[in-house]
Ligand binder design. Structure first.
Ligand SMILES: [Zn+2]
Length: 416
């Protein structure tokens, strides 16, 4: 048994558990350990020990009996746009009745419609709109969530979105990784002048977000319909210079070489990757860049090109799965749905998206040292499930088998 020497405090033990640890040191599928206990001191895991070990038998403190239930690490949604104003359901209806995207955009739809609505809303209004989405994620086990800006596209509106993300973190038992995505779209007032907008991002928005500590990372949308490789390079270099981590929406609709750009800047993750090519896979493997798969958008847009999962697997590139929750292309506040889609649409095994929403998602958010597995010294974020097998978390949707949600050692309501 390993132990952590922490300051003495109020110890708790979750006993009689079947653990899906996702700890690479545990060499079983899911990192499975039967008849084990998790001992927690304060907000940390003090020990992971068999039921017949002295640490468990001699334990003094509060005991939670899991009665043989499965326990997993808290789920981590490493890619969301969950703060936005307005709705794009009418646009979806148009799309389904055959109206082409260019026509929808001409009628004021698309991402810029969300920008208009988001700009028009106050911080309080955006917060109120985001709460049900966050609650939905938390209700199915999310304990850490990444939240991007990107629908403000002005200095004030981008910071407004990031303040909403901060307020969500302060208001709910969930950890938030806030990301500046000012390079999401060229705002209408800069049409035909994308380079000038990039200068605004580089000279004003990034410095302000970093100064106010409102973002820990910067993201870009590297795509023909958004920003070029050169423009993204400027944004990412500025972000690094201001101490922000970087990541990117890359190779979603075409292959522009965004992945090599992310790798060059030492990025945490490259996200989407439907058009990832062979050379880029080798770069990711070498640099340890996490591949974040987002099957929600693939499904909702009825895309045909799938990310090269088998090649990523063979190359040993870590794969995470995110909900990509956003109003236009993945309006699903469910990480379990995304995990299910990753299996059905992209061919992952159930273990892969579960690892991809715990251990690998923690890595995609620069938190691998502290989150994502059930192991000594990790933060005590974990979930107790009413399932026969962990694959059921991914397989069966519509009912919620989450029984208990533990965040920083505190038992939270499973259905907040
Ligand atoms: Zn996205």
């Amino acid at each position: 048994m390993e132990t952590l020497h922490g300051s003495p405090g109020w110890d708790q033990m979750w006993e009689n558990a079947r653990l899906a640890t996702f700890d690479p040191a545990v060499r079983t599928p899911y990192g499975q350990l039967d008849r084990h206990a998790i001992i927690v001191r304060g907000d940390r895991i003090l020990a992971v020990a068999p039921m017949d070990s002295p640490a468990v038998e001699g334990f003094c403190g509060q005991i939670h009996n899991c009665e043989g239930r499965w326990v997993t690490p808290g789920l981590i949604d490493c890619h969301t746009h969950l703060v936005w104003g307005g709705s794009r359901a009418a646009e979806w209806e148009m799309r389904l009745s055959g109206v082409p995207y260019a026509e929808i955009a001409r009628r004021g739809g698309g991402i810029l419609s969300t920008v208009r609505s988001t700009r028009a809303m106050t911080e309080d209004e955006l917060f109120a709109a985001a709460v049900p989405r966050l609650r939905a994620l938390m209700a199915e086990g999310v304990t850490t969530v990444e939240i991007k800006s990107g629908y403000g596209l002005t200095l004030d509106d981008e910071l407004k979105m990031l303040r909403v993300a901060r307020r969500l973190a302060e208001s709910f038992p969930v950890e938030v990784s806030p990301t500046l995505l000012a390079a999401h779209a060229v705002p209408p007032e800069f049409t035909g002048r994308a380079d000038e907008y990039v200068s605004l991002i580089v000279n004003e928005i990034i410095p302000a977000a970093a100064e106010e500590k409102l973002a820990e990372a910067a993201d870009v949308f590297c795509e023909q319909i958004a920003f070029s490789r050169e423009q993204c390079d400027r944004v990412l270099a500025a972000a690094r210079a201001h101490g922000l981590a970087v990541k990117g929406h890359v190779e979603q609709l075409s292959s522009l070489g965004g992945v090599t750009l992310i790798a060059k800047h030492g990025g945490w993750s490259a996200d989407h990757l439907e058009y990832l090519n062979h050379a880029d896979i080798a770069v990711m493997a070498r640099r340890g860049t996490v591949a974040v798969l987002l099957p929600g958008a693939y499904y909702f847009l009825r895309e045909q090109q799938k990310p090269p999962v088998e090649e990523l697997r063979t190359a040993g590139v870590p794969m995470a799965v995110g909900s990509d929750l956003n109003p236009g292309t993945s309006p699903f506040a469910s990480l379990r749905l995304a995990m299910n889609q990753a299996c059905v649409l992209f061919g992952l095994t159930p273990e892969e998206p579960l690892a991809g929403a715990t251990r690998e998602a923690a890595r995609a958010l620069g938190r691998a040292d502290r989150l994502g597995t059930l192991a000594v010294a990790k933060q005590a974020d974990f979930l107790v499930w009413d399932v026969e097998h962990p694959a059921e978390i991914v397989c069966s949707l519509g009912t919620n088998p989450l029984r208990e949600r533990v965040v920083r050692g505190q038992v939270e309501n499973a259905h907040p």
